[in-house]
Design a protein around this ligand. Sequence first.
Ligand SMILES: [Zn+2]
Length: 477
Amino acid sequence: MTEHIFNFPAPFAKSSKKTVIPVYFISASDFPKWIKKQNKSLIAQAYQANFIGQAKQALSIVDAKAAPIKILAGIKDPAYYLDSASVVQHIQNSYGKDFINDHVFEIISDHEEDILNKICLGWGMAAYKFDVYKKNDKAFPTLLWPAKALPKEVTAKLEAVSLLRNLVNTPAADLGTDELADVAKDLAKKHKAKVKIFDDGDLKKKNFPMIYAVGKASPRRPQLVDLKWKSNTKKSKPAKVTIVGKGVVYDTGGLNLKPGQYMRDMKKDMGGAAHALAVAHMIMALNLPIELRVLLPIAENAVAGNSYRPGDILNSRKGITVEICDTDAEGRLIVADALTYACEEKPDLLVDFCTLTGAARVAVGYDIPAFFSNDDDILDDLRHSSVIVDDPVWPFPLWDGYDSNLNGSISDIKNEGTGRAGHIEAALFLQRFIDKKTDWIHLDCYAWQNSDIPGRPQGGADTGARAIFDFIRKRYG
Ligand SMILES: [Zn+2]
């Protein structure tokens, strides 16, 4: 049941014979000057509606017969990518299906290319719908590509976000370990990438003991996806970038079973893998001049007689022994084996995405992934990228003083620290498996939107994928 995963409603057209309704994007600071140049009717309508160009404001201007002739839309200064999603909402709330289908919309703006791209991105983000299990035939307004925008770039980003949302939104019953690996295979095929799957027999034979241990209790067998792609760049030695994503297709917590309210949304515990595939899609679709590798450790953390237990001591690929304090801290175990494997190839950059800790949510809430790096320049550059593309991430320290909290008494380390600053302790746990010379970024992300806002419907959500893509492009593109 994964045919829908690559569905992407592209609400754009290059040209159209339908009636065009212009949409004027105006910021509050530009508004006073702009309004002076308009006709009396428009000024009166804007005044009456108290439209002043504020973000999220949208107003239809009508002619003498009350037919809409243009739309005014507020835009932040600098522009925010979801400004246009509010306009889409206004159109959908104001007009019926026939009207929306009979018209196309055109951006009127003297903004630069990057802002136009943002406006198109927000418009496309608002087009997303997940209607696999419930019909949704809501009409969606079509936007004409602005001449200065970059359709290929915007489309690649929208496809990536759509892929990510579809993966996270699909219930675990329909997206098990095989299905998630299949999606990675399908993505590889689209981009002529190579993909290798280590099945559970391979995990044992080829030394991925922690991926195997976490996934062994489920009839849906654990596996590791290893996708490799090379840009057809002329660069003689393209940088090697490896992205790892936590793919726990369902997390019951294991024998340390989660209480109901915490298990409720655990179909999203493969959100890290979804992020890794989304970034990979952007990199491959836009042909960044790098060598890309994606590693997805995939498992279901299930309860059965052969579940791994609290008190068990696991060996790891790196040879570090890990005592299990809590079977619900499983993500770091499977990711640790994948990180070890990644480092064996000595990549120039190693990135991992994991829906990992509640502590990260306590620290920065739901919208903002906590991130860590062993390189200070990366901390600054990634945060900068995240601001530029409106995809916030926030840096935290790999504080050495907490590292010994992980030391075991009868094992090398434990899979849980003191529980204070649990996101930092989890990052320090992963750092134990990182080669010191490898530049590394770890993102502890939520991958979920708790409530609807225009352009970000409740459910699976991108948190950090676009920031990482921009960072990689600036560093190597
Ligand atoms: Zn867990």
